[in-house]
Write a protein that binds this ligand. Structure first.
Ligand code: DX5
Ligand code: ZN
Length: 218
């Protein structure tokens, strides 16, 4: 099944609760929550207290994308705050195995992400320990950037590796995805689609619905 994960980085903070209701009503199954520390990426977003507040009013799956250095330090807190899936960056972890095991130990699904400059082959050793691989299609740190064309081939490559290994691992894509390029990336092998500005820029319900309809036709 193809899943839409709207990224609330592009949401309006003053009406975030209502906008999340709209994406849920529009058929989104995940909510993508970008956590940035100003060190691993240049920008700063929000932390566990935002996750905790949203959890009180939302039962949608929380897909938490940690763009932070040494994420192992905060996994327990994000899990307690209400994360369902926790994705860490390969480039940010001193001990990838311990980090992924910690996510599982906390009862969450584990995701592993790579930046556009990291070779796809680097995720190979960890495929057996993860539920999801996140291929960044822009340099992480900001919403509203242009999709990097090379990402399509990277998705094909990672999907091939997963199939050849006989594993059941989701492939998520994040950055610059819109209603026009989503088909191509799904055909390449992605099945969890993050979209920030393409969902929250304009009519949130209508944008979500259009994405979900496209994805379910695949
Ligand atoms: C970027 C974040 C993305 C971002 C996507 O570092 O990880 O999730 O919110 O935003 P768009 O869809 O606008 O590129
Ligand atoms: Zn993200």
């Amino acid at each position: 099944m193809n899943i839409l994960a709207p990224s609330i980085l592009a949401a309006d903070c003053t009406i975030m609760g209502e906008q999340i209701n709209s994406v849920k009503e529009g058929g989104a199954k995940y909510l993508h929550i970008d956590v940035m520390d100003g060190v691993f990426v240049p920008s700063i977003s929000y932390g566990m207290c935002v996750v905790q507040s949203l959890r009180k009013i939302q039962d949608i799956v929380f897909d938490v994308h940690l763009m932070i250095t040494e994420p192992i330090r905060y996994i327990e807190e994000f899990a307690k705050a209400g994360a369902d899936i926790i994705t860490v960056h390969l480039e940010a972890c001193e001990d990838v195995k311990a980090t992924l095991l910690k996510i599982k130990e906390c009862g969450c699904k584990a995701g592993l992400s790579i930046k556009p400059g990291t070779a796809v082959a680097e995720v190979m050793p960890w495929l057996g320990l993860v539920d999801m691989i996140l291929i960044m299609c822009v340099e992480p740190g900001f919403g509203g950037q242009k999709f990097m064309e090379a990402s399509t081939g990277r998705v094909t490559e990672v999907r091939r590796m997963i199939t050849e290994a006989g594993l059941n691992v989701d492939v998520e894509v994040d950055g610059g995805i819109n209603i026009h390029n989503v088909d191509m990336i799904v055909e390449a092998g992605a099945n969890v689609i993050v979209a920030g500005s393409a969902v929250f820029g304009g009519d949130v319900f209508a944008n979500t619905k259009a994405f979900v309809e496209k994805l379910s036709a695949k």
